[in-house]
Design a protein. Structure first.
Length: 473
């Protein structure tokens, strides 16, 4: 628990004195007299609930502090008064100021017990009193926190009921009940924080209940406060990142994902454990996705490179790296086109960069395709890059595999037909285009290609059929 410094303690006592009417009027009594008199009033208040008695008890203790300074037993009873007053308040929000004062007084007690400058006579029974205060604080903390956790579970159950309910009256009832539970849960977690602000769990509880109701901005606020207090700051950071994702704020998630990856990957024992290693790699992929969504492509490429050092056969990382090279290659192609009319030398330079980038993309995609030959989209992407580099023999392998895996995809058959056309494989091209018009009969361009192919193949009957078809289009 936090220990107040001496200035804070003196300031608190002065406030107590200023708030007491009796403090300036009483004659000075012995310390024990103030204590025993205050205890009589506290016990009397417990029986009668006469607020005048508890006010008198506080005034007596104020006078004790004014005349004698910090006093362990006086602080103990003053803190106990605040706990008792807090207990009487039905409204959780009304409990808070009393709980805060009780904790401040308990901290002052701890400071007094450890301060040898305080008169030894005023530090009697210190160890026992401090232990009692600590036990009470732990008890109250658990009470507020555990009740709050139970309410989070109730909120989950109500949300499930809301999802299944269709009656408007029932929905209104559930919503009212849920709002009350959320408010109560937040108050309980706030009280737990007032008792021990160094424990991460109540902050996490506040984040959790806000996540349940979709208030991710508040959830992030509380998680950020929990991070430095947590025993596992790495994991806490990734939770912050995921709440940014839930808000569709990919750029906001980046530093938190990055810190998690850096934190975990720097720990040898983590990376040697297959399960933990996989979690780091998975999060690194999320980080790369965020970089791509925020158009920070260079950073995404660097992350893919890092993933490949951990997992050289990561298909996603290989494909991501290949796509980055595609993107840069297309940029270079645009630059080459822009210079074509004005600076032939620069256009040539950019054309070479384009080819280099596309070739790099093919290297990455080839590895990915070899590792994952049953991914139709990957096969087609690999084929496309080869086709762009006019490596049609290899490209048609990729497109053929894509067509085999997803025979209902028209574009794959078109690409396969185009590759075979470039290779002068007329029969193979015609076969691919026949699949196209079977799936999409209104594709006039492909019908025209078929007409030309049937002529090339000297298939007059089929050509005649196609020409008749074209007349109707």
């Amino acid at each position: 628990m936090k220990i107040l410094n001496s200035l804070a303690l003196v300031g608190m006592i002065l406030v107590m004195i200023a708030g007491s009417v009796m403090a300036g009027k009483q004659r000075k009594l012995r310390p024990g007299t103030y204590i025993s008199s205050a205890k009589i009033e506290i016990l009397g208040y417990a029986d009668s609930k006469d607020t005048a008695r508890i006010d008198l008890a506080q005034a007596l203790l104020d006078s004790l502090f004014m005349y004698y300074g910090p006093h362990s037993e006086g602080l103990y009873w003053y803190s106990q008064i605040q706990w008792d007053l807090a207990k009487e308040k039905a409204d959780l929000k009304e409990k808070l100021p009393f709980v805060k004062r009780a904790v401040a007084l308990a901290d002052s007690l701890k400071w007094t017990c450890g301060n040898k400058d305080v008169n030894k006579k005023y530090r009697k029974k210190c160890e026992d009193l401090d232990e009692q205060m600590d036990s009470l604080r732990v008890l109250k903390w658990r009470e507020f926190y555990n009740d709050g956790v139970e309410q989070i579970s109730e909120v989950e159950e109500l949300m499930e009921a809301v999802r299944e309910e269709t009656d408007s009256a029932s929905l209104a009832y559930y919503q009212t009940r849920m709002d009350a539970l959320v408010d109560s849960c937040q108050d309980r977690m706030t009280l737990a924080i007032a008792i021990d602000s160094n424990d991460a769990k109540p902050f996490i509880g506040l984040a959790s209940v806000n996540e349940k109701i979709g208030n991710f901005e508040n959830a992030i606020k509380y998680l950020k406060q929990a991070v430095p207090k947590s025993d596992d700051t790495c994991s806490m950071k990734v939770e912050v990142a995921y709440d940014f994702i839930r808000m569709d704020d990919y750029c906001g998630a980046i530093p938190w994902f990055q810190e998690y990856v850096d934190c975990m990957s720097s720990r040898e024992e983590v990376m040697q454990d297959p399960k933990n290693r996989e979690a780091v790699i998975s999060t690194a992929h999320n980080l790369a996705s965020c970089y791509n969504n925020c158009k920070q492509y260079e950073s995404a490429y660097a992350v893919f490179g890092q993933i490949l050092t951990w997992d050289p056969v990561s298909v996603k990382a290989l494909q991501g790296a290949g796509r980055y090279q595609q993107y840069r290659g297309r940029e270079a192609s645009d630059s080459a086109s822009a210079y074509r009319e004005t600076d032939e030398a620069m256009s040539t330079v950019w054309q070479e960069v384009r080819n280099m980038r596309f070739d790099s993309s093919i290297v990455f995609l080839a590895q990915a395709f070899e590792l994952s030959p049953d991914d139709a989209d990957l096969a087609a992407e690999y084929g496309l890059m080869l086709a762009i580099r006019q490596r049609f023999e290899e490209a048609q392998v990729g497109f053929a595999r894509a067509c085999e895996l997803k025979p209902e995809d028209v574009d794959y058959w078109v690409s396969l037909g185009d590759c075979n056309l470039q290779l002068h494989k007329w029969e193979a091209a015609a076969e691919a285009y026949e699949h196209v018009v079977e799936l999409k009969p209104d594709n006039k361009t492909v019908w025209e290609r078929l007409a030309d192919l049937y002529q090339q193949l000297d298939n007059k009957a089929r050509r005649a059929e196609v020409l008749e078809k074209l007349k109707t289009m």
